[in-house]
Design a protein around this ligand. Structure first.
Ligand SMILES: *Cc1c(COP(=O)(O)O)cnc(C)c1O
Length: 389
């Protein structure tokens, strides 16, 4: 059997894969089993921050694998301590808990919020309020947090203690009961929800309401984090200070790593044995993440902003394009044709794109070379035009 047949025979069919096997790559270009090359405008859903098989990233991993690949959290290892220091110094948050995925990073954020609220405001204060159209993960608790009913349907009963309000609905925000609300959790830009940025006013209103009522503000930076929006974390574009930040996807550049950053209110909330993870803080993943974070400096972030402006300018008002949304290199293009048709044409023409709801979604590597980005934009623009329908 070839790979596609093996996959169909033995892998649970939860993914509707494109009929392409990716065998290798370098930077923002990947190659399939026939040798055909593609520009990668999805980077593994915002994971391969510096592209495929990046040299600096590879070296950091190989160096660490040659020393120790895993020791469990019963012993000290340098990479996770160094990474935690970097994350705290760059954000002002105080402590980090490491896990392996976005869902786990959110799970930890929710546990921290519940414990803080129970300790401070009593056992009836546990509700975590999230936004409609949000996405926070696939575990039963993070599904409950996810404000999209269609993800819930097959898996009820979900974890209780969640409520949802509409994005931008400041009246619903003010009507929340602070006595029973432990936290409000937001994505500054709803990624899976269709690359929908929240307004400055709404994010500010959420942050203010949380502060006034001693309710924790959790920002889910799983997709928006680690340089994606032109700042290290998306909340930094909004001038707010979260109490808890969760991140994953691009953090380790392609190895599995989640992190939950705890601010002043929650830094002491967990004690020995209150939470844990076998693989969380794995030294190879953390060494990879250190190599990524060291490179996300002001210069790189400004490049992300410049490339973002280029893409916005290219697609805004282009033939077949209705609107462009997003921030930094997290971009949604509402096309007149169905987004899946545009993505299919792009793939035939050698560009890999994602969709998010009814939009074409672009999440290229942060360091995609300008000429590669321009070539991809040419192909995507052509694919949006009506005559290709
Ligand atoms: C992808 C994503 C998650 C889930 O991350 P996993 O690593 O798949 O568990 C959570 N929140 C947001 C905003 C995401 O984009």
């Amino acid at each position: 059997m070839n790979v596609k047949e093996l996959d169909k025979a033995y892998i649970a069919p939860t993914y509707n894969r494109f009929p392409v096997e990716i065998v290798s790559g370098k930077g923002s270009v990947v190659k399939d089993e026939t040798g055909k090359e593609y520009i990668d405008m999805g980077s593994g859903i915002g994971v391969t921050s510096f592209g495929i098989a990046d040299d600096t990233w590879q070296q950091a991993i190989c160096d660490q694998i040659g020393k120790v690949q895993h020791m469990s959290n019963l012993y000290y290892t340098a990479p996770c301590a160094e990474l935690a220091q970097m994350l705290c110094e760059k954000t002002g948050l105080k402590k980090v808990f490491f896990s392996n995925s976005g869902a786990e990073a959110n799970e930890c954020a929710i546990k921290a919020a519940r414990k803080y609220a129970a300790d401070k405001k009593g056992k009836d204060c546990f509700t975590v309020v999230t936004l409609e159209n949000s996405f926070h993960g696939r575990t039963l608790t993070t599904l409950a947090a996810t404000g999209q009913k269609h993800y819930h349907e097959l898996f009820t009963p979900l974890t209780p203690g969640f409520a949802h309000i509409a994005p931008e609905d400041t009246a619903a925000l003010s009507a929340l009961d602070a006595k029973t609300t432990a936290a409000v959790m937001i994505e500054c830009i709803q990624g899976e929800g269709g690359v929908v940025p929240l307004s400055q006013d709404f994010v500010k209103a959420v942050a203010d309401w949380c502060k006034e009522n001693d309710v924790l503000l959790i920002v889910d930076e799983v997709q928006t984090g680690n340089g994606r929006t032109g700042e290290l974390y998306a909340y930094q574009n909004y001038g707010v200070t979260p109490d808890i930040v969760s991140t994953a996807k691009g953090l380790a550049g392609g190895l599995p790593l989640g992190a939950t950053l705890l601010g002043e209110k929650t830094e002491a909330v967990f004690g020995f044995g209150d939470h844990g993870s076998t693989f969380g803080g794995n030294p190879v993943c953390c060494a990879a993440a250190c190599s990524i974070l060291r490179r996300i400096d002001r210069g790189l972030l400004d490049e992300v902003k410049a490339k973002s402006k280029y893409l916005f300018d290219r697609f805004t008002g282009a033939e077949g394009v209705e609107s462009v949304s997003g921030l930094g290199l997290m971009i949604g293009i509402k096309t007149k044709k169905p987004a899946s048709d545009v993505v299919k044409t792009c793939m035939e023409q050698g560009v890999l794109c994602l969709t998010a709801k009814d939009k074409v979604r672009l999440l290229p590597a942060l360091n995609i070379p300008t000429e590669v980005l321009e070539k991809a934009a040419d192909i995507i623009c052509a694919a949006c035009k009506e005559e290709n329908a």
